[in-house]
Design a protein around this ligand. Structure first.
Ligand code: NDP
Length: 448
């Protein structure tokens, strides 16, 4: 049995109740085979893969808070500090009822390679809670965030672990968490990213993941002789990543005709009106049917009632930007039958393994999330740099750096894929390019 298969078997046995984590590990280790086989003896002796798949630290804690009726509620909080070989742990906080340790471990594991790919000095981590922010008042959100930070503060710090936003954690939640951290530590430091501009946030951080997704997609298309201008794009999601992906796609001359939330989706043949979408999602925090009600060219589809989704619409480029495993094999078949040219993941692991393989077999250009959505964490690292300098850079300066980082990420993963004989396989390329630096650092740092 090869070393990779041995480790995969051990990881499966040990984490049997965590399917998302297993899916992420399998995808990564499988695609690293060429590098691992070339160094098998040393890696095995050093148990490099076993160490890579075992988080350095996992923190699980109680989060009690009081709702507006005076009733005490209890949630579970998590922080997985996965790998600090190349820098302090860095990764978002997810607030969603589906959160459990397996989701946080899958996200933390992916984060190791993504952060390495950015070329910046950041390790991998992730956190979250099964708290559901939907329908909660501002004061309930604040009380939850304060309670969450009352435990988390002792485990994080500007040079130790720097959390950020993710599903359910936006600027409002980061603000409440930062306030509580500052109060508990009596220290104003760059311990969270995605902060408000008035207290150390970076311009362009809000836009970064969506913009970065488009910079990388454009580079991937360009490398393959395709111009993004004039293309039709389907986006899923209607959150932070989706909104700014739609905005940048339109700036680059493409037409985005769909978006979705967890209850329904929109098809707007005239192209999504970003200002209206922002008003509904960021200001009113309403559902997407409000978009269709305000825009005659848009149709609203109820997901459950119709059993349909955005991938049923014919497009050249698909950008899944909602959540894990939202694009399965049937969706992949529909997209391919409709002539899709490229798929780039704005969300983390939105495409199932089977669907990814189907795209690759059918010649669809496929950019995995750990490369395509790395613009968010890259700009978070730029926010850390600005905090350390106690300076703020202009929007243009941050945006230009982001663009350059995304172009470099694509070039590096393209080169890694070619070097190991997998030209055009950007999944293999991204995993190898991300892994090499982490492996080198882990070997150099000894058995820790
Ligand atoms: P948001 O909470 O802002 O938006 C998430 C969107 O996806 C919402 O439209 C939400 O709909 C929808 N969604 C969430 N969960 C589900 C579900 N289970 N089924 C269907 N739809 C769902 O999150 P972000 O935009 O920040 O994150 C989206 C994805 O991008 C995640 O995978 C995240 O990990 C990834 N990501 C985010 C980064 C960032 O900087 N924010 C950076 C890198 C990756 P509804 O409102 O109805 O729940």
């Amino acid at each position: 049995m090869s070393y990779v298969d041995e480790v995969l078997a051990k990881v499966k046995e040990k984490n049997a109740s965590e399917p998302e984590f297993l899916q992420a590990v399998e995808e990564v280790l499988d695609s690293l085979r060429p590098v691992i086989e070339a160094n098998e003896e040393e890696y095995k002796k050093q148990a490099l893969l076993e160490r890579l798949c075992e988080p350095e630290r996992q923190i699980k804690f109680r989060v009690p808070w009081v709702d507006d009726n005076g009733q005490v509620q209890v949630n579970t909080g998590y922080r997985v500090q996965f790998n600090s070989a190349i820098g302090p742990y860095k990764g978002g906080i997810r607030l969603h009822p589906s959160v459990y340790i397996g989701i946080i471990k899958f996200l933390g594991f992916e984060q190791i390679f993504k952060n390495s790919l950015t070329g910046l000095a950041i390790g991998g981590g992730k956190g979250g809670s099964d708290f559901d922010p939907k329908g909660k008042s501002d004061m309930e959100i604040m009380r939850f965030c304060q309670s969450f930070m009352t435990e988390l503060f002792r485990h994080i710090g500007a040079d130790t672990d720097v959390p950020a936003g993710d599903i359910g954690t936006g600027g409002r939640e980061i603000g409440y968490m930062f306030g509580q951290y500052k109060r508990l530590r009596n220290s104003f430091e760059g311990v969270l990213t995605g902060k408000g501009l008035a207290f150390g946030g970076s311009l362009a951080r809000t836009e970064a993941t969506g913009y970065g997704l488009l910079y990388l997609t454009r580079e991937m298309l360009k490398t393959n002789g395709i111009d993004i201008a004039g293309k039709t794009i389907c986006v899923s999601g209607a959150g932070n990543v989706a909104i700014y992906a739609i905005q940048k796609a339109q700036q680059l001359g493409a037409k985005v005709v769909t978006c979705s939330d967890s209850t329904g989706w929109i098809y707007d043949k005239e192209g999504i009106d970003v200002a209206l979408l922002k008003e509904i999602k960021e200001v009113k925090r309403a559902r997407l049917d409000a978009y269709a009600a305000a825009r005659p060219s848009a149709e609203y589809h109820d997901k459950k009632a119709e059993g349909s989704n955005v991938w049923d619409i014919k497009c050249d480029i698909a950008l899944p930007c909602a959540t894990q495993n939202e694009l399965g094999i049937d969706d992949a078949k529909t997209l391919v039958a409709n002539g899709v040219t490229a798929v780039a993941e704005g969300a983390n692991m939105p495409t199932t393994l089977e669907a990814t393989e189907y795209f690759q077999k059918n010649g669809v250009l496929f950019a995995p999330g750990k490369a395509a959505n790395a613009g968010g964490v890259a700009t978070s690292a730029l926010e850390m740099s600005q905090n350390s300098e106690r300076l703020s850079w202009s929007f243009e300066e941050v945006d230009q750096k982001l663009e350059q980082i995304m172009v470099n990420i694509f070039r590096n993963l393209d080169a890694a894929a070619k070097k190991y004989g997998f030209e055009g396989n950007y999944v293999v390329g991204a995993n190898i390019a991300g892994f090499e630096k982490v492996a080198e650092a882990m070997l150099a740092e000894g058995i820790v």
